[in-house]
Design a protein around this ligand. Structure first.
Ligand code: FEO
Ligand code: CA
Ligand code: CA
Length: 653
């Protein structure tokens, strides 16, 4: 989901008129030498930049270009405005699982009705809307199977203009129920039917599952049973109904799925006229600020259930191999607008989870578990994410950075600042991060860990058109562009190559943008194919970094983006820094979800919100005005796509 969606959702227009940045050439100069900062392993020099500082080593020698065995063997595809998925010659992209397709529950497999007349109960047995993060889990469990497995798929939010036959012209409890059944997570069983025959969903499947906004969930970690988690329906604060706005994801080494609750605030309302500091900090609004979902008629009215919003904004762990397992909200990882949760292991076996909070001027976090991963003890691993230390990142102008612990009693995070205990620190993680002085970023989205370089981590910062505008934070070293419409990709190297380290060095891997843009700060500094608004980000096993874009429909129509076509996916080898466009999506979609089979010969991605209009809610009278992907007729549908090489080779090779 784009940030502009949420802003417009509340009836507030984003500001985008900024003055030129007079020192922008300094960014380009620094960018050209930036690869040396991390790989040289020495102290970074500094370049002045419009009030901020950008680390650089302007005089260091060029670095080795061949750390990875991977090569990009495909011919780039051009920008596209076509209403289809375009992949390079020699590849095929096949739709696997679209909104409304049955998930595969035994004896309950309702077919999709093209006029959107499926009931709420039927929707709860079908693919939800707006597919986002996703992960592949081989079958049998513990294997490295490449042709058979489970896909856990997020359904981020709903376009109610498409979801109901008459869209949002009226509202009813049944419509709310259908919307609540169209978010959450799908677990589907998938198999490749045979050589050259592509993938299919196995139906029925004993693994098939839909998790919705009403599925009971347990609470793990410091907020379990906390007073701020208690409601009339759950006086002990131990069970939450549902998960919402499931954006990006993570996958643990012990074979569980992490789904991340992003813009949960939009589902709640507090119409009392008075908002608490907690509600304000997380974006809860009054009804008259533009609220229109009407979920408040149920349990999302904070005047009736003041603590219900504290029960969303978490990372939720799901065991996809056990359809009867109860998902757990892992509160030790903090409450914010979670984009993703990328898991790696420290050298000593502790689990480390990297997480972005995707809103303008929010933070990058990491969690380090107290205990160690045990390869043969899945039950013990299932508790790893309940105990540990949550940190937030500060990026210093000299190219170093610190992980600042959010621990009750340390660094001013205590009762004097309103935190009674660690549970309250977790629930109000954003406010704790404010206290310790973390760096306000340009909308942190996905985070990827390089499998070939110990402790090297990449993060997409999708955009921030408010950077440097009146009353907002100005540029800094890690967020060096005012009116940052195109976004950038940041990289850091943990001290000693240890993911659990307290400090790191960092640099800017790429500044996205058009080379011929009128304004200097929109021009970017990219080698290879041009893109904007990077969002999805993941490494494959070969060490290729894959980047997906989410330029919102309202932004793509801006003059700054003119000629850039539909959203896209690119590949880049970190050591070359040269981006190559691999895929373009249909009209009005974003590209998201990156998951490979263990052999890297199938890539699953998601096409989210094809046909999305600028208003971000479709007109049910003309649902196909922009796109009718993937069916070629009728309502556009978000869908999972399986991509493979016709010669059976590794994707990207
Ligand atoms: Fe749901 Fe930040 O993308
Ligand atoms: Ca996005
Ligand atoms: Ca995203």
């Amino acid at each position: 989901m784009s940030d502009s969606y949420k802003i417009k959702h509340h009836g507030v227009e984003a500001c985008s008129n900024q003055s030129d940045n007079p020192a922008f050439s300094a960014v380009l100069d620094a960018r050209l030498s930036r690869r040396n900062v991390l790989q040289a392993g020495s102290a970074a020099g500094m370049a002045t930049l419009a009030g901020g500082l950008l680390p650089a080593l302007a005089h260091a020698a060029p670095q080795v270009a061949t750390r990875s065995a991977a090569r990009l063997g495909f011919a780039a595809v051009p920008f596209s405005v076509e209403d289809k998925v375009v992949v390079p010659a020699g590849y095929v992209a096949e739709v696997l699982y679209a909104w409304g397709d049955p998930v595969g529950l035994k004896g309950n497999s309702p077919a999709f009705k093209a006029d959107a007349s499926n009931s709420a109960d039927e929707q709860a047995a079908q693919a939800g809307m707006h597919h986002d993060g996703m992960a592949f889990f081989p079958l049998p469990q513990g294997s490295q199977a490449d042709k058979h497995g489970l896909l856990a798929i997020n359904h981020e939010y709903t376009d109610d203009g498409l979801l109901h036959p008459d869209g949002m012209k009226s509202w009813s409890g049944d419509k709310v129920k259908k919307a609540q059944a169209a978010v959450g997570v799908s677990v589907i069983e998938v198999e490749a039917a045979g050589k050259g025959q592509g993938w299919r969903v196995v139906r029925p499947s004993k693994y098939a599952r839909r998790i919705t906004a009403n599925t009971p969930m347990a609470i793990g970690g410091p907020a379990h049973g906390h007073a701020l988690m208690q409601t009339e329906a759950d006086p002990k604060g131990v069970e939450i109904l549902g998960t919402l706005n499931n954006c990006a994801n993570g996958k643990t080494p012990w074979g569980t799925y992490l789904t991340c609750e992003e813009n949960f605030d939009g589902y709640f309302v507090n119409d009392s006229g008075t908002l608490s500091d907690n509600e304000k900090r997380y974006g809860i609004k009054n009804k008259d600020a533009g609220y229109k979902w009407a979920w408040e008629d149920f349990r999302f009215d904070l005047q009736i259930n003041p603590n219900e919003a504290n029960r969303f904004g978490w990372v939720v762990e799901i065991d996809p191999y056990d359809p009867k397992s109860k998902p757990v909200k892992r509160t030790a990882l903090g409450r914010f607008k979670h984009e993703g949760a990328t898991v790696t292991l420290a050298p000593d076996g502790r689990a480390v989870v990297y997480m972005g909070d995707d809103q303008r001027f929010e933070y990058i976090y990491k969690f380090v578990s107290k205990n160690r991963y045990q390869p043969n003890n899945r039950k013990a691993n299932s508790r790893l994410l309940d105990e540990g230390t949550l940190y937030v990142a500060r990026f210093d102008a000299d190219g170093t950075g610190q992980w600042l612990p959010l621990v009750h009693g340390q660094n001013g995070v205590d009762a004097s600042k309103g935190f009674a205990d660690q549970g309250e620190v977790a629930i109000k993680a954003r406010m704790a991060a404010d206290v310790v002085g973390a760096t306000k970023m340009d909308r942190p989205e996905w985070i990827a860990v390089n499998p070939r370089v110990a402790g090297e981590v990449y993060c997409t910062l999708t955009n921030n058109s408010e950077r440097g505008s009146e009353g907002k934070p100005g540029v800094d070293a890690a967020n060096p562009r005012a009116d940052n419409k195109f976004g950038h990709i940041l990289r850091w190297q943990e001290a000693g190559g240890n993911a659990a380290a307290n400090s790191f060095k960092w640099d800017i891997f790429a500044l996205a943008g058009k080379p011929d843009a009128a304004k200097a700060e929109h021009q970017g500094a990219l080698k290879g194919d041009v893109f904007g608004s990077p969002d999805g980000l993941a490494f494959d096993r070969q060490g290729v970094l894959w980047v997906q874009t989410d330029v919102s429909t309202s932004t793509v129509n801006m003059k700054e983006y003119a000629g850039m076509g539909n959203n896209q996916m690119l590949a880049v080898l970190p050591e070359s820094g040269e981006f190559r466009r691999f895929l373009t999506g249909p009209k009005g979609c974003e590209i998201t979800g990156i998951s490979f089979t263990p052999d890297s010969k199938t890539l699953f991605i998601n096409i989210q919100h094809p046909g999305e209009p600028e208003s971000e809610r479709s007109d049910p009278v003309q649902p196909t005005a922009i796109s009718s992907w993937p069916d070629g007729a009728g309502r556009p549908r978000s869908a999972t796509v399986a991509i493979r090489k016709l010669d059976g080779g590794v994707i990207g090779s």
